[in-house]
Design a protein around this ligand. Structure first.
Ligand code: 5GP
Length: 208
């Protein structure tokens, strides 16, 4: 059976741990992870080409003109975008590709790839979410405030997602395994296997 590639969008409030969850999924299950481009400054420890492709605004806008992104969005004053080539190549190779992106981008992906699976990761409570953002220690108070405001806006879009998964403290494995089982189940959808259905029909057509 020819395995078709699948896009899995993971969104969630800033600070919820979706980056950790995505990287752990890649490590444990061998999924592909798309590395986004951004115009924001690298945080301490972030590596160009691994965490993000860090771009000047000029370069980012040029990439938009060249149709270099399958989606892009502005988030808290910076641009973020998903490079087109990696995603298209990985899907063509039949891989599961994880996009860790925010809500506007997720909606654009669903328009272009109706079979994409949209997951929203949350913390168990808003108090916990704020504590995690503060605990990360990488952002000033004003930025944390902006991210909380953005979280309030994003909460309005949760109903556009197909799955809501809670990342509880110290329960990374549980969160990851839940997402993995969703991916497994989604890959069995008839609509996600149009080519396979076609080949089954083709093989049986002489018996009709
Ligand atoms: P951060 O600055 O915390 O790394 O990311 C800020 C937000 O941008 C997060 O919600 C993250 O998921 C989102 N993001 C990262 N890459 C992309 C992308 O390529 N496209 C879109 N639309 N959002 C992204």
């Amino acid at each position: 059976m020819d395995k078709k590639g699948m896009l899995v969008v993971i969104s969630g409030f800033s600070g919820v741990g979706k980056g950790t969850v995505s990287r752990a999924l890649v490590e444990k299950y061998g999924y592909s992870l798309s590395v986004s481009a951004t115009t924001r400054q690298p945080r301490k420890g972030e590596v160009d080409g691994k965490d993000y492709y860090f771009k000047s605004e000029e370069d980012f806008l040029r990439l938009i003109d060249y149709n270099g992104f399958i989606e892009y969005a502005q988030y808290v004053e910076h641009y973020y975008g998903t490079p087109r080539k990696f995603v298209e190549d990985e899907l063509a190779a039949g891989h599961v590709v994880i996009l860790e992106i925010e809500v506007q981008g997720a909606m654009k992906i669903k328009e272009q790839y109706p079979n994409a699976v949209l997951l929203f990761v949350t913390a168990p409570s808003i108090g916990e979410l704020k504590a995690r953002l503060e605990g990360r220690g990488t952002e000033e108070a004003a930025v944390i405030e902006k991210r909380m405001r953005r979280a309030a806006e994003e909460a309005e879009s949760i109903s556009c997602y197909e799955y809501l998964v809670c990342n509880e403290d110290g329960q990374l494995e549980k969160c990851m395994d839940t997402i993995h089982s969703i991916i497994e189940k989604e890959s069995c959808r008839v609509s996600a296997q149009a080519e396979f259905v076609k080949s089954l029909k083709e093989g049986l057509k002489d018996y009709l």
